[in-house]
Design a protein. Structure first.
Ligand code: SF4
Ligand code: SF4
Lengths: 185, 410
């Protein structure tokens, strides 16, 4: 830094008034503020007894779930888009030929390592059929690493648990997608 | 007849127990205050061990203490082992020894000892020490050795900077501290805490009201001596990690922390004894010295305890109210503000003390003592304003030797 650099702008501290110089009035001011807070309403939420409140649980990024379609089947079509998008490489899918006529593949196994997951929500963004979603369950605990590796059944059960409180964000399944105008299927 | 030594030993035992418990619970109080001021609830989980009873978190000190004791006692390889262990012991011993001359109340009637004693029991470990105040100040200066030893022995730059700051700060504030009590000692004519209290009890005019300037100076200096925020530069976390106890862990850290708390308690006791009349409260405790009723002696303990607690609360409130001083501001405050104010106080007190009778006589028609006190207050406020104008506490201390010519261009 050169002293004659015209880009340097030197500012002076604002001059203190008499109250500032005396300091004592400001001392009293500070004390009043803290005393007021001493008796004001507390914002702490006592967690296990009291469920914390979210702004919007629908956009919270907690534990994953695998959505079911109307017939109760797993919605996923094993397209691997989520696994590709995942920055933590924690989704492991084994896709096999689907027994159902409305899709080609379905996941035989769908495993998410919740310990590696960074809860970024990329999988949810990537999924073309809204099969994978992040719920607002935030207090995920486990006693072993194995317990924290969620398989398909577990992920579907999370859906069963949360489907009432948090409806699927998109109710339009793959079958309901309007064909893009001007394109024939 | 119980020999004096046994009496003193019993007192020391009671007193150590009370102080250690008090220090532990003061830590909890401090954490609560911090939480409440920040709109949180603070520790409220730990209650009776092994049960689910929470008891507002009153078990927290136990948990804190256990944690500290069970933690690994780590001695880094690069430290001076002897001094490293000695430092916390020195600081705690000095902090505890201070209390020998600090009265915990007044006296208990002689029948408390079930006939083993023929004299009233004084609630002080070492009664009638004529140089009580000197003793306190000597020991509190000794505490700085603990800090310096700790910082030096740690062989760590943060520890060392903390220790250096601490020594500079304590030496700077020793002066206003001394000036603050000088006025009190002049009026009370004694260095003995009990006598100072008695003086206030007999006139009914606490020294905080009689010598506002001295009180102000002493209060600020006491904060600085206790190294509490806003003067906690020796261990400024944001700059120095942990200051002089950066390298410490486990029990030795615990000793440091207790000593710090005890400094605050000592400071509160001193302020109460010197400036708020100790155990005296108008109309409740009486001013009688050698012969008290049971009610009076218990009331005196209660009054003293409440006063000290209030002061400790004030200490804690202050801690969360203001930011830390910059080091140069700290020094400016000591040398340019507190020192002159203390001198003004000294002069005012000396003059009024010397010519007290004639001043009271001259002011007879105007209410005597009351007008005198009002005048002292006026002088105090005026000198505060004068100092504020002459010696501003804030300063832009950026190096600006090279940009001065640029001022005109901008
Ligand atoms: S939330 Fe992010 S890290 Fe977790 S599985 Fe989805 S894409 Fe991977
Ligand atoms: S969850 Fe969605 S993105 Fe992932 S494989 Fe299934 S359909 Fe594809």
């Amino acid at each position: 830094m050169k002293s004659d650099d015209p880009n340097i702008k030197w500012l002076d501290e604002p001059k203190l008034g008499l109250a500032g110089r005396l300091y004592l009035p400001l001392v009293v001011q500070g004390l009043t503020t803290t005393t007021r807070h001493l008796f004001s309403k507390k914002v702490t939420q006592s967690f296990p007894e009291q469920r914390p409140t979210f702004g919007n649980p629908l956009i919270y990024r907690g534990v994953h779930r695998l959505n079911r379609d109307e017939q109760g089947r797993v919605k996923c079509v094993a397209c691997f888009l989520c696994a590709t998008a995942c920055p933590a490489h924690c989704i492991d899918i084994v896709g096999v030929e689907s027994p159902w006529p409305d899709r080609e593949k379905y996941p035989e196994s769908f495993v998410i390592d919740e310990l590696r997951c960074i809860f970024c929500g990329m999988c949810e963004e990537a999924c073309p059929v809204d099969a994978i979603e992040l719920t607002s369950l935030f207090d995920l605990t486990g006693r072993s690493r194995e317990e924290m590796i969620f398989d398909k059944e577990k992920l579907l059960s999370v859906y069963d648990q949360t489907k009432d409180a948090e409806p699927m964000r998109s109710t339009t399944g793959r079958d309901h997608v309007e064909p893009a105008p001007g394109k024939s299927t | 007849m119980v020999p004096i030594t046994v009496e003193a030993l019993i007192k020391i035992a009671i007193f150590l127990f009370v102080m250690m418990t008090a220090a532990a619970y003061l830590v909890l109080l401090e954490r609560w205050m911090c939480a409440w001021i920040q709109d949180r609830k603070g520790p409220n989980r730990v209650g009776v061990p092994l049960t689910k009873i929470k008891l507002f978190g009153l078990g927290q000190p136990l948990a804190d203490g256990l944690k500290m004791i069970l933690k690994q006692e780590y001695t880094p390889a690069h430290v001076d082992k002897v001094l490293f262990t000695l430092a916390p012991i020195v600081i705690l011993a000095a902090a505890l020894a201070t209390f020998a001359v600090i009265p915990m109340g007044s006296i208990l009637p002689a029948d408390v000892a079930f006939g083993y004693l023929d004299r009233p029991v004084e609630m002080i470990v070492a009664p009638s020490v004529d140089v009580g105040m000197l003793y306190v100040f000597a020991l509190s200066s000794l505490a700085v050795y603990g800090v310096i030893l700790g910082g030096w022995a740690s062989n760590n730059k943060y520890g060392f900077i903390g220790a250096l700051r601490s020594s500079a700060q304590l030496i700077a504030y020793e002066l206003p501290l001394g000036l603050g009590i000088l006025g009190v000692v002049l009026v009370a004519n004694s260095l003995e805490p009990e006598k100072i209290i008695r003086e206030q009890a007999s006139t009914g005019l606490w020294f905080a009201f009689a010598q506002p300037l001295g009180f102000l100076v002493f209060l600020v200096a006491a904060f600085a001596e206790a190294a509490r925020l806003p003067f906690d530069l020796p261990e400024a976390e944001q700059e120095l990690v942990g200051g002089y106890h950066t390298e410490y862990s486990g029990i030795r850290l615990l000793l440091f922390l207790i000593a710090e708390f005890l400094h605050m308690v000592t400071a509160s006791f001193l302020i109460v004894i010197l400036f708020f009349g100790g155990w005296h409260l108008w109309g409740l405790t009486g001013a009688n010295v050698t012969d008290v009723t049971w009610f009076q002696s218990i009331a005196r303990v209660g009054v003293l305890t409440v006063k000290v607690l209030l002061l400790i609360l004030f200490f804690m409130l202050v801690r969360w109210s203001w930011p830390r001083f910059r080091f140069d501001q700290l020094m400016t405050l000591a040398w340019k503000v507190m020192l002159p104010l203390g001198l003004v106080n000294l002069v005012v007190v000396a003059v009024t003390q010397e010519y007290h009778a004639s001043i009271i006589a001259a002011l007879e028609g105007l209410g005597g003592q009351f007008t005198l006190t009002a005048c002292i207050w006026l002088v105090s406020i005026l000198s505060c304003i004068a100092i504020a104008i002459i010696a501003p506490r804030s300063g832009d201390n950026r190096p600006r030797f090279y940009q001065l010519p640029l001022r005109g261009q901008a």
